[in-house]
Write a protein that binds this ligand. Structure first.
Ligand code: 13P
Length: 254
């Protein structure tokens, strides 16, 4: 039997927390997760918090991720940050293709197809976010949307590296709305994403970790994390409080 997939709980802070607020948070989080085992824990923080978080989390179970990067290693791209800039800071990974970046900042599948291999080449673990809008779900277009995003965004990743990408299924209608996907919706969509990966590599489909994101809270985490294809959670609002984030981490403990 294949090795079980280690659960991962990632907190996506979005544009919250100054450096001093981040410091206070990590000092509150570390003792709360020090006895956790078997769960990969990540905080995905603003660029300005990265160095302080890497320093404070060193030697702990908590890994530090960025929330975006450019695909080129350097160049005339004002305001952008590259993969080597992140990896030199000892950042572990990067969220790519979050729906807020796609919808508000014009992030395209074409750009993601370049960013994901660039992250892997720099030793960063990418978390690729995919998911449908409410209109797409209501119109029966969820699978078409997921097929499109997974197909396009992972084109530059060779089959043998597919399982090094973490995928987060985040239905856009469930983000920041308090309207969590019902377990059946989360399981079905995530099993579908796994099958899409399996269409390229059955072995990668067994190993690739697929997270659920969208209004995950301590109260609903246990039920979502128990679903057979759900390997963890990408948590927005509830990750901003160290106590509630630690509760979600505890719910993932095997
Ligand atoms: P919420 O948990 O606040 O709904 O946000 C989910 C999300 O976008 C995580 O990336």
């Amino acid at each position: 039997m294949a090795a079980p997939r280690a659960p991962m709980i990632a907190g996506n802070w979005k544009m919250y927390k100054t450096e001093s607020q981040a410091e206070e948070y990590i000092q509150g989080l570390l003792p709360r997760v020090s006895s956790v085992s078997g769960v990969d824990i990540a905080v995905c923080v603003p660029f300005t918090d990265l160095r302080a978080m890497v320093d404070s989390a060193r030697g702990s179970r908590v890994e530090v991720y960025a929330q975006n990067m450019h695909h080129e290693p350097e160049g005339p791209f004002t305001g952008e940050v590259s993969a080597p800039m992140l990896s030199e800071l000892d950042v572990s990974g990067v969220v790519l293709g979050h729906s807020e970046r796609r919808e508000l900042f014009g992030e395209t599948d074409r750009a993601l197809a370049l960013k994901i291999p660039a992250a892997l080449a720099a030793g960063l673990a990418p978390i690729l976010c995919v998911g449908e809008t409410e209109a797409e779900r209501d119109g029966g277009d969820t699978e078409r949307k997921l097929r499109h995003q997974i197909g396009e965004d992972l084109t530059g990743v060779p089959d043998e590296r597919l399982a090094d990408v973490v995928i987060a299924y985040e239905p856009i209608w469930a983000i920041g709305t308090g309207r969590v996907a019902i377990p059946e919706q989360a399981q079905d969509a995530i099993a579908f994403v796994r099958a899409l990966v399996g269409g390229r590599s059955p072995e990668a489909a067994e190993r690739v970790r697929i997270l659920y994101g969208g209004s995950v809270k301590p109260e609903n985490a246990g039920e979502l994390l128990a679903l057979p294809d759900v390997d963890g959670a990408l948590v927005g609002g509830a990750s901003l409080d160290a106590g509630s984030f630690a509760e979600i981490v505890a719910a993932a403990q095997p």
